[in-house]
Design a protein around this ligand. Structure first.
Ligand code: BDP
Length: 685
């Protein structure tokens, strides 16, 4: 065994060339020869043919037929595969089928011949990229679309990068992208910027990807120099119509507009005494003749509301049924803001006469930026599979948004991108898995995180050898020594982050503004209460947690029965959301017999221990990974572990000031001093 292993090890090291991670899950593999037969011609079909020829892992010297049919069971992006054929109704369907066929070949998975249709019609990335090249909440370098100097000159290098980006997206079924930040600059709608948008659209188009833009609601005044941006004003309406016409004259397949309105200082219809529906419908009217859509965000909250978690529902529910059919309300997964764990937003399933789409955050704003290894798929799966009960049992968030339950004109799902100019696109090699997972779940909401992690690891890290016999033994070793433990690490990583950051339903206790590291104490005088952690954790001598029950803010009342009653009672509320919905005494009895304070301590501690075990897992995997990716992940895990310890110490020592109870003695003692942490605030990670 030992000698076999060392021989395999030798072989593996030979093949493990240093990698900068740029090729993502699309590693070049030696391909076999294939003849691709396709009677039709188009740029998209040419890509499908080239990909099949370059990546064919099926039988050697085979032929593969691509045929465009009119099959009613296949949706526009869907397809049907056999070992040597892809059938679809559209060129895009053929392209997605080609990528799927190659993936199956590479993963050695069966090809069943069933029709495969996407869950959502629009599977879209939201880039929070600014025209100056910076990326809001971006941790992987500057924008791939915009840059401050010579911003508008399109270079060959730009086009190459956009093409690689398009290919990666198409390979996981992503078919739309919003090119700029929701906190939008009016500049984006100026002729010069639109020309660059046109150039981007041209590169993305053959890959089946439509471009969309975020717009600032006050653009008519700011850019058009009109006196107002009131959505009911005739000149404003005409201005948007002209702008939309101008866009479609240069980008005929432009997708539509994304709007963040009347939120966090962004202008919106409410500035003019109008409603979200007035604003959204005015834009929708302008887009309608061209088949464009409006994605109108529900991320709103005002400073004086008693419970920020209730705002979006309160503002949008009265408008249900008032939106045009080419408007989709884009709702963040949880009611607050992309926290490590939130319940699903009560708007899912509740808006019955309006199209609604989920918005996930792929970039790790609150989950350790690009430093912490956190596989987000389990978090999204948890949201998508949550039961809203809105139309009886089984009315999951997925089914309430993918058209299964409500007859939506458009179905869509958005992910806030984690992509930048870093060589490996995402800052952390494991953050690539989140981009991959978003695409896969958008394609099929019923995919399981374990399967997605499995695929991604094989595609990204498996280094096949050319020698068949050694390849087989290497594969066996690789599966048990690399794949299984590393996959487990990925699957545990989100719960670990919840444990060392915000266990038991705690939320928003991270450092202000940068949202990295703990700051549960932060509440300078005069700051908006709902921007400070004490607003959310409410720790005091009598206990901890936000009372959102019927005796408190009654956010539970926004959920459908039987869920509302279940959440309302601490005995039936899931413990992982306990302090989201309840304010409980420190000695409250948990299900495992511990008191709440002790449970909190154990959860924080287990988060730290999990990260320590990830370090071990990764170190043991060294011989299976090239040195560049190995070292960078190793370094990040070291930092993640130090951060986790800091989170645990900071939160437990701070909350202890209220609980006045000892940290259970079998738990490792804090290594920091709370006063020091507060004094050095945010600088000692
Ligand atoms: C918050 C971010 C902020 C975004 C905002 C949004 O901190 O940068 O602009 O969400 O989604 O999470 O609009």
């Amino acid at each position: 065994m030992k000698s076999l292993f060392s021989c395999v090890f030798f072989l593996a090291t030979l093949t493990l060339r240093a990698q900068d991670g740029h090729s993502l899950w699309l590693q070049n593999k030696a391909s076999k020869s294939v003849t691709v037969i396709c009677t039709k011609k188009s740029p998209t079909l040419s890509i499908a043919i080239r990909e099949l020829k370059d990546g064919w892992q099926g039988k050697a010297d085979a032929s593969c037929t691509l045929s465009i049919k009119k099959d009613k069971t296949i949706k526009s992006d869907g397809f049907k595969l056999s070992e040597n054929a892809v059938e679809a109704n559209t060129d895009k369907g053929i392209l997605y089928g080609a990528y799927e066929l190659l993936r199956r070949q590479q993963l050695q998975e069966a090809i069943t011949g069933e029709v495969e249709n996407p869950s959502y019609e629009i599977r879209i990335l939201n880039h929070w990229d600014n025209p100056d090249g910076s990326v809001e909440r971006g941790y992987a370098g500057n924008s791939i679309f915009w840059r401050s100097n010579d911003a508008l000159v399109v270079t060959e290098q730009d086009k190459k990068l956009w093409q690689e980006y398009a290919r990666a997206n198409a390979s996981v079924g992503i078919n739309g992208t919003v090119l700029n930040n929701v906190n939008a600059s009016p500049l984006i709608l100026s002729a010069d910027y639109l020309n660059r948008v046109k150039a981007i659209a041209e590169v993305l188009r053959p890959y089946g990807i439509k471009v969309y833009l975020s717009v600032k609601f006050s653009s008519p005044a700011l850019l058009g120099k009109l006196k107002t941006s009131d959505p009911l004003d005739a000149e404003v309406i005409a201005w948007w119509k002209n702008k939309v016409k101008e866009i479609y004259s240069i980008i005929p397949d432009f997708g539509g507009l994304l709007v963040k309105a009347s939120s966090e200082g962004q202008p919106g219809p409410q500035d003019f005494g109008r409603t979200h529906a007035d604003g959204a419908n005015m834009l929708a009217d302008a887009l309608k003749p061209y088949g464009g859509i409006v994605m109108w965000r529900a991320f709103v909250y005002s400073p004086n509301d008693k419970d920020r978690a209730k705002q979006a529902y309160n503002e949008f529910m009265p408008l249900d049924g008032k939106f045009s059919d080419n408007v989709i309300i884009q709702v963040k997964n949880g009611p607050i803001d992309f926290q490590p764990r939130e319940p699903f937003s009560a708007l899912f399933g509740a808006m019955k006469k309006t199209s609604v789409m989920p918005e996930f955050q792929i970039t790790q704003e609150y989950l350790g930026h690009s430093i912490h290894l956190v596989f987000l798929s389990p978090m999204w799966e948890e949201c998508l599979q949550s039961d809203t009960y809105q139309q009886g049992e089984g009315s999951t968030v997925a089914r309430c948004t993918d058209g299964s339950i409500y007859n939506q004109t458009y179905t869509a799902i958005a992910g806030v991108a984690n992509i930048g100019l870093d060589a490996n696109w995402c800052g952390n090699d494991f953050a690539q898995a989140n981009w991959y997972a978003f695409g896969r779940l958008a394609w099929n909401v019923n995919f399981k995180s374990a399967q997605i992690a499995d695929e991604w690891l094989k595609l990204t890290f498996y280094n096949a050898t050319s020698n068949e016999t050694s390849a087989t033994s290497y594969a066996t070793e690789w599966t048990s020594n690399f794949l299984s433990p590393v996959k487990q690490m990925m699957l545990d990583s989100r719960e670990a982050a919840v444990n060392y950051m915000t266990p038991l339903g705690l939320h928003h206790i991270m450092a202000a503004n940068e949202h990295y590291g703990p700051q549960p104490w932060w509440a300078p005088e005069g700051t908006r209460a709902d921007w400070t952690p004490p607003y959310y954790h409410r720790a005091s001598k009598d206990g901890i947690g936000f009372n959102r029950t019927t005796t408190g803010s009654d956010a539970v009342g926004q959920y459908h029965e039987p869920l509302a009653s279940q959440l309302n009672d601490p005995k039936t509320c899931p413990e992982n959301l306990l302090l989201w919905f309840h304010h409980l005494p420190w000695n409250y009895n948990m299900k495992d017999g511990r008191i709440l304070w002790d449970e909190l301590c154990y959860r924080y501690d287990s988060g730290v221990q999990q990260v320590r075990s990830f370090q071990k897992t990764w170190d043991k995997a060294q011989s299976y990974v090239d040195s560049v990716r190995f070292k960078s992940v190793q370094q990040n895990l070291r930092l993640q572990c130090r951060n986790a310890i800091l989170w645990k110490d900071a939160c437990l020592l701070y909350f202890q000031r209220f609980s006045q109870l000892p940290i259970p003695y079998d738990i490792e003692r804090p290594v920091h001093d709370l006063d020091d942490i507060i004094k050095n605030d945010r600088r000692n990670y």
